[in-house]
Design a protein around this ligand. Sequence first.
Ligand code: AMP
Length: 320
Amino acid sequence: MSGVSFLTPDPCPSLCPLCLCGEAGFRSSGETMRVATLIDEVREAVGAARAEGLTVGLAPTMGALHEGHLSLIRQAVADTGFAVVSNYVNPTQFGPGEDFERYPRDLDADNGLCEAAGVALVYAPRTEDLYPPGHDTWVEVPALSQTLEGASRPGHFRGVATVVATLLNIVQPDIAYFGRKDAQQLAVIRRMVRDLCLPVRIVGMPTIREADGLALSSRNRYLSPDERTDALCLVHALRLAEDLVAAGAVEADSVVEGMCGLIEEVASAAIDYIAIVDPETFLARGRIEGATLVALAVRIGQTRLIDNTVVVPPEMTAPE
Ligand code: AMP
């Protein structure tokens, strides 16, 4: 049975006769979006696009798409002639007791959003293809994977690096897009691509936030209305860090202390970590000198959220 289905496009909202307006609902080539579940179908579709001279972009996701994902997807559509979105909740990056089973899944809604964004191909892989019986090959980036998220979620980055390497091998994109919201994941993937000489350019995209500052996340939908309010403590703590550094704070401990104090005022919040690190190596920095990543993970009730910002100390003013 074919794993490819075709979605009927919505009418062009501009009602232009040839549908070359680039508006929602039509691929620039006039083709409908394809949804593939089999590796061979992806290879065939990408091969045909390449034969037409198109460049290929990939935005890997776990679905439950929101505006954060869509910013990556729209960039892929804008930059490349053949934008691919992978949609797969990767079991190997979830630890025991994490939310793999209840992670939100809505492929139909996701496909509608991808189609409207101008995606050429959605790849919704089968687990037996990514992890065939006897699968025993893993990609690890140990030094970058041991701190912060890696310390809290052992094995997480091994699962991420392995599935991303596999997806890159299947789709073979020219460019792949990742969010800076998952800053450590982005660093792991950049290192993996560099060390394995994978022929792909990695683009890091800014974090998309709600109007009140909460970083968009598929996990936000777990939050009750009260928890949704409480979750603002993450971005408030990051803004405090930015303000402290702008005002001249250089000692990491004093910044962390201020952030902790703010979060501890919120009854439903439990700090997993607050870290001040080098943005490339993720090694702890005692002093904030040069661009520095401030990252945190906080549980709001049962929901674990992460966020980060890059702080840059003010330029030293020249003596008069
Ligand atoms: P996920 O589905 O959570 O695995 O995320 C897929 C991609 O979307 C990853 O590269 C994330 O970093 C990125 N992403 C998730 N949330 C956001 C956001 N709020 N802003 C920008 N990118 C995001």
